[in-house]
Design a protein. Structure first.
Length: 195
């Protein structure tokens, strides 16, 4: 199935939901997005959940201090996050060795820092964020579960935001409600979100 048909209709739900979200808790935002009835059990749509949940939470948090000044995120930044994540196809974890949820953390920091290929610190921090998220997702073991990867990536993103920007977002640890909703099989008690 092509990427357009795979998650047909889901991105409209995602865009509407994030534009209406007022929470500063990225996990709460993600859980709302994970409950979208058009979300396939696995696939690339999950990548955008990571980036947008973090972007929206920081937008709602307000102005933050960065090395070069202050920054507030906007709806334009959120739309850019969605655009970037739509470019990453399903199954990148297996086909390219990099889960799109982990790349979503890097995209979040890239947008936050306005990183480009020519910038030093901004590019480096964005790549380190991706690396940290991918390491945490890889340490979950397999088989791959997009819901577990989304939650893991967001927790890494929150920790890095606290470490790099001294921004502490509220985070809830919710129990997974998708345990029968994966074609790869649920890890059950081996998943930190099952309890």
């Amino acid at each position: 199935m092509c990427e357009d048909c795979h998650g047909a209709g889901y991105y409209s739900f995602l865009e509407k939901t994030v534009n209406e979200a007022t929470s500063k808790n990225p996990m709460e935002i993600a859980e709302t997005l994970l409950k979208g009835n058009l979300l396939p059990s696995l696939g690339g749509e999950h990548h955008a959940i990571v980036t947008t949940s973090l972007l929206v939470a920081v937008k709602n948090y307000g102005e933050i201090s960065l090395n070069y000044g202050t920054r507030s995120l906007t709806e334009v930044d959120i739309a850019e996050g969605i655009r970037r994540m739509k470019q990453i196809p399903s199954c990148t974890c297996a086909n390219h060795g990099a889960c799109g949820a982990g790349l979503g953390v890097g995209a979040f920091f890239s947008i936050l820092f306005d990183a480009t290929c020519a910038k030093d610190t901004e590019r480096t921090l964005s790549m380190r964020a991706t690396n940290a998220a991918l390491a945490a997702i890889a340490n979950n073991g397999g088989p791959g579960c997009c819901k577990q990867s989304v939650r893991t990536a967001i927790l890494v993103g929150v920790e890095l935001l606290k470490e790099i920007c001294q921004v502490k977002l509220p985070v809830t640890h919710m129990r997974c409600f998708h345990m029968k909703d994966t074609s790869h099989g649920c890890k059950g008690a081996y998943c930190q979100f099952s309890r």
